[in-house]
Design a protein around this ligand. Sequence first.
Ligand SMILES: Cc1cc2nc3c(=O)[nH]c(=O)nc-3n(C[C@H](O)[C@H](O)[C@H](O)COP(=O)(O)OP(=O)(O)OC[C@H]3O[C@@H](n4cnc5c(N)ncnc54)[C@H](O)[C@@H]3O)c2cc1C
Length: 393
Amino acid sequence: MPQDRYDVVITGGAAIGSAAAYFLTANPDFTGSLAVIEQDPSYQHCATALSAASIRHQFSTPENIQMSMFGTQFLRSFGETLEVDGQHPDPAFHEGGYLFLATTAGLDVLRENHAIQIRLGADIALLSPQALSSRFPWLNTRDIAAGSLGLSGEGWLDAYGMMQGLRRKAIAQGAKYLSGKVVDVQRNGRRINAVILDDGRVMECGAMINAAGTGAAALAGLAGISLPVQSRKRSVFYVQCPTALPSCPMVIDPSGAYFRPEGQGFITGISPSSDDDPECDDFDVQYTLFEDLLWPLLAERVPAFEALRCGRSWAGHYDMNTMDQNVILGLHPDLDNMYFANGFSGHGMQQSPAVGRALSELIVYGGYRTLDLNRLGWRRILEHDPIIEKNVV
Ligand SMILES: Cc1cc2nc3c(=O)[nH]c(=O)nc-3n(C[C@H](O)[C@H](O)[C@H](O)COP(=O)(O)OP(=O)(O)OC[C@H]3O[C@@H](n4cnc5c(N)ncnc54)[C@H](O)[C@@H]3O)c2cc1C
């Protein structure tokens, strides 16, 4: 007879759901039962599997910096921490760094951000155009006033591998992963008593975590909560260039275009303009964005990119917090047992270890024990008091 009551039910089993499952089951003060409900065990459409899989400390919001710094720490000891049956998962973490470039117009913000990052212990250097040119001779710095480069701790990884490592360890520690879609919840006043799956199963819960990514707003709606999170499509283009770019980091152009090494080539992308960025759920790659906007920008920044060839590319969707593009984390004030971790707006993969740990602290202790993430809670949303992150890519 399958169990139909769990102390914690997590809806969504990708990076955030699996990080929460791992940290809860690893917490010696958590003695309850835990189930993760995932509608697509192949994970082929989730943001985690389709992301650009990069981690940076170069944010403007202290909490974002601190969460990513914990992400780095966690990745560095990933294999050891998540060992199962003598197997050490390898998230292929490569500390290649981020390089944010600024023109004169963006110089003050770059410097302000850098000061915050340094204060929090991030290893970021501010470089002049001359220093940039000697370090990266392939880069056009004519219009550049300065760049900030992550010297350690930032880089890229295998996001799918990270998620699977967390999932596997969570299962080894007692988490149950169940296949199914949550299609309804039973709410009684301030509590969610149960979730209902698409096959009719009713699963009672002591607490529920919404880790449903782009499905988070629909899930919140089942509980009568309006969550300002929408799905946004982002195309990631894989390109090859006949010329090598030695020591190429993840480069963030002042235009918002990004590129970084991937295998024998590079991945690159840019967000569409906000008036051409509707909520959508198709997976069609926006090749016109590449041809009309991105390639010219890339060729301007790196002349060798004139000769690039676009290869197999993909599109994924992320959970955009339409108010301030930062995660909405924790309990909703109208509910005593429904926790949210949604609206990451393109930086949730790297924040998943910190958010998983934070959720475990909220559930087990009723408050944060390590990083104080209270500012990222619902209050700012309900009081229209946004936390503006200046470095959204
Ligand atoms: C193109 C692209 C590039 C990105 N690049 C980066 C990057 O470089 N660095 C970074 O940190 N982040 C990046 N992100 C963002 C990052 O991928 C996400 O913030 C992060 O993966 C969110 O994880 P999640 O677990 O919340 O959501 P998801 O990975 O989307 O997982 C949600 C899961 O919930 C399941 N689910 C949804 N509804 C239900 C339901 N009702 N019942 C059961 N299951 C349900 C889904 O099937 C899914 O598996 C990128 C995203 C995209 C799309």
